[in-house]
Ligand binder design. Sequence first.
Ligand code: NDP
Length: 506
Amino acid sequence: MSPSRATGADVLPAPTAAAAGTAGPPVPWEYAPAPESRDIVHLQARYGLFINGREVAPRGGRWFTDLDPATEEPLAEIARADAEDVDAAVGAARRAQRRTWGQLPGRERAKYLFRIARILQERSREFAVLETIDSGKPIKESRDVDIPLVAAHFWYYAGWADKLEFAFPGRSARPLGVAAQVIPWNFPLLMLAWKIAPALAAGNTVVLKPASSTPLTALLFADVCRQADLPPGTVNIVTGPGEIGMTLVTHPDVDKVAFTGSTAVGKEIGRAIAGSGKALTLELGGKAANIVFDDAPLDQAVEGIVNGIFFNQGEVCCAGSRLLVQESIADLLIEKLKDRLGTLRVGDPLDKNTDIGAINNAAQLARIEELVAAGVAEGADLYQPPCELPARGYFVRPTLFTNVAQSSRIAQEEIFGPVLSTLTFRTPEEAIEKANNTAYGLSAGVWTEKGSRILAVTKRLRAGVVWANTFNRFDPTSPFGGYKESGFGREGGLAGLLAYVRLEDR
Ligand code: NDP
């Protein structure tokens, strides 16, 4: 909430009049506004497509409006690509793969990737502010998490570009060709980096489609490609609705498809390209269990739980959205958690004090609200700290459900919002069973003082990433990906490189 509309939850107790040595009522203490300036961002009225190193207008002459989720005000008009534009982008990528980028030795590709990483760092504030305006995420997260990780991915994969012959011992790594990459709106530039950096390092060229509600940092990245003198056609960016994503991934001249987004669309893509010979990686949804045992350091666990579900408004595929807490400490932990929720600041994403920004789009807000209502209807107990939401924009209060049944929708379905469902357990066996009782298998967390318990439990959790006594930690060297309905293939690390190469015997 904005400080001017602060209510009980933000107001810390003032020094008493007696303590201050004067008479009179206590003075409420509030955070002063600390907005990041938007001046560094220069928004164009219209953004075209980025094809063959140039910004071009869509052939069909159609555009759509991108909104600021915190104000619902229009930000810019964005090109709506059609099948001909997609064909032009794939054609440009193919030519670059054959004639320029694909012919460069690894050490030359590395120089470009290092250059991109440096430019991203130099322009990090511009990218952070733009990401926050377009996605609704708090500036402290785009500034301190998203953009540094974006640069780190380019640094990391730049390091591999000239070492491919050592990456997979005894095998030669060849590029796959043209990669079609479709990314979501929750970490727009970070997902671009996860997809583009390994693809280019291995000698592929790419056509990327960002989500329609967050195209701006991808389009600013096009400017970075120009600034880095990347050979035209190496990176192409097409914008447009989901069906354009489908046109792109099913294009006959695409060799590799990488998708991050909903499980439903991931399945659709899997069906559409089955039998085509295209390589595929899918990074889909999740319903992670964050398991707290009775010997866990509770205050530290509370911070980890908060980070697990309220980071990026909970719009995180690996969010710790199911809290599994050992029955003997449940009451104490929930009490501490409720206290902590009361200190979270919801509101203007550009304010440096904001913890929970805007939900990315109206459809997602409606989905969260529907699932919260379902949780209440199914008999779970709802807690939201008192806080006033901004009058405009897509906002949700931090939400805690207790007394949740394992069969409840809020325990089974991905909510993708700042909503935590709490279940209890008595034994480690029960915790593992409940944690694995989901269609997903992306991530999990374990909180305990005992190293032996960490090892015993983590190896039985069916999740691609398991954190112990921490949550939501990311590193470009570390593979990330899921099991079951969370998809397949890994991004990050050497495994992330493997997804973009064809291995041949030497
Ligand atoms: P989608 O899966 O629809 O969107 C992700 C990306 O896929 C976007 O670029 C989207 O384009 C594109 N897309 C949409 N439909 C198709 C299609 N048929 N073929 C190819 N590409 C397509 O996610 P939503 O935005 O609809 O979010 C719905 C739910 O998905 C969320 O509530 C959440 O549970 C989950 N989700 C998971 C994410 C993750 O990181 N794993 C990320 C985002 C959502 P466009 O934006 O133009 O529609």
